[in-house]
Write a protein that binds this ligand. Structure first.
Ligand code: HEM
Length: 245
C-alpha cells in the first residue's frame, strides 16, 4: 500500500524533493510524465500505421528499432521509469485528495465531475493491464509462441516478421476484442487526462481552457480511430491476406 507521509518527512530539506512531494510538484510530475507517455503513444501509432504500406515497410521499421541495440534498452527503461513515476505520483495525489474533503473538492472543480474523471483510476488500471497483455502478446510473444519463429527476408537479411505476427494476432476475434476494449479505455483515460493537464498548467481563462480541452479530447479520439483501424482492418477487411507468410 502507498503511504503518504508529509512532504518534509519524506524529503528532509532538499528543495527538489520538497517540490516533488508538494501538491503542485506531484501534479506537475503527473502531467509531465503523462505528456511524455502521450508522445510515445503518438509515435508508436505512426510506426504501426506503416502496416498499411505493406510487409516490407513495417518489417523494415521494426528492424530499424531493434538495430538500435543498447539504445533501445535505454529508451525502454526510460519509458518504464516514466510510467512508474506517473502511477506513483497519481497514487500520492489520490491519497492527498482523499484526505481533503471530497465533496468540497468536487464542487470546486467542475471537470472532475465528468464520467471520464470519475473513472480515471479504473481506466488507468485497465490500460495498465492491457499494456501488460500487449507486451506478452507482441514483445515477449508468449500468448502465441509461434510468433517467435516468424522470420522473413528483407534486403538479403533475415528479420522478424512483425507484419505476419500482427496479421495472425488480429485474425483472432477475442484478441481483437481485448485490443478494442483496452484502446477504448485508453481513450477515456486520455480524454480527461489531457483536459486536466491544462488546469495543472495554470490555464485559467475559461474560453481558452475549453478550447484546449476540446483539442485534448480530439487527440484522444484520433488515437483511438488510428489504433483500432489496424485490428479492425485485419479481422473484417482482410488486411494482409495473402501477404503475410
Ligand atoms: C492496435 C494497436 C497496437 C498495435 C498493432 C501495436 C503493435 C506493437 C508491436 C508489433 C510491438 C512489438 C514491436 C517489436 O518488438 O518489433 C509493440 C510493442 C509495444 N507496444 Fe504496441 N501496439 C498497439 C498499441 C499499443 C498501445 C496503445 C500502447 C501503449 C499504451 C503500446 C505500447 C507498446 C509498448 C510499450 C511496446 C514495447 C516496445 C519495445 O519493446 O520496444 N502499444 N506494439
Amino acid at each position: 500500500m502507498i503511504t503518504s507521509p508529509s512532504s518534509s518527512a519524506r524529503s528532509g530539506t532538499n528543495p527538489i524533493l520538497l517540490w516533488m512531494f508538494s501538491s503542485i510538484g506531484k501534479k506537475t510530475i503527473v502531467a509531465a510524465t503523462g505528456i511524455l507517455l502521450v508522445f510515445f503513444v503518438l509515435g508508436h501509432l505512426l510506426g504501426n500505421m506503416t502496416v498499411f504500406l505493406g510487409p516490407d515497410v513495417l518489417n523494415a521499421y521494426a528492424q530499424k528499432l531493434h538495430d538500435l541495440g543498447p539504445a533501445l534498452w535505454v529508451i525502454r527503461i526510460g519509458l518504464l521509469g516514466i510510467l512508474v513515476g506517473h502511477i506513483y505520483f497519481t497514487m500520492l495525489l489520490w491519497k492527498e485528495n482523499q484526505r481533503s474533503n471530497p465533496k468540497k473538492y468536487i464542487a470546486a472543480d467542475p471537470i472532475k465531475t465528468t464520467v471520464f474523471a470519475r473513472t480515471m483510476r479504473l481506466s488507468g488500471l485497465v490500460v495498465l493491464s492491457f499494456v501488460i497483455f500487449h507486451l506478452a502478446h507482441f514483445t515477449v510473444r508468449v500468448v502465441d509462441p509461434s510468433y517467435q519463429v516468424m522470420r522473413t527476408q528483407l534486403n538479403g537479411q533475415e528479420v522478424h516478421n512483425v507484419y505476419a505476427m500482427m496479421v495472425k494476432g488480429f485474425s483472432n476475434g477475442p484478441v481483437v476484442a481485448i485490443y478494442v476494449v483496452g484502446l477504448f479505455l485508453l481513450t477515456f483515460h486520455l480524454s480527461h487526462g489531457l483536459a486536466s493537464l491544462f488546469q495543472t498548467l495554470g490555464i485559467t481563462n475559461r474560453r481558452i481552457r475549453s478550447n484546449y480541452e476540446l483539442a485534448g479530447r480530439a487527440i484522444a479520439w484520433l488515437l483511438f480511430v488510428g489504433y483500432v483501424s489496424i485490428p479492425i482492418s485485419v479481422l473484417f477487411f482482410g488486411l494482409g491476406k495473402g501477404l503475410a507468410q
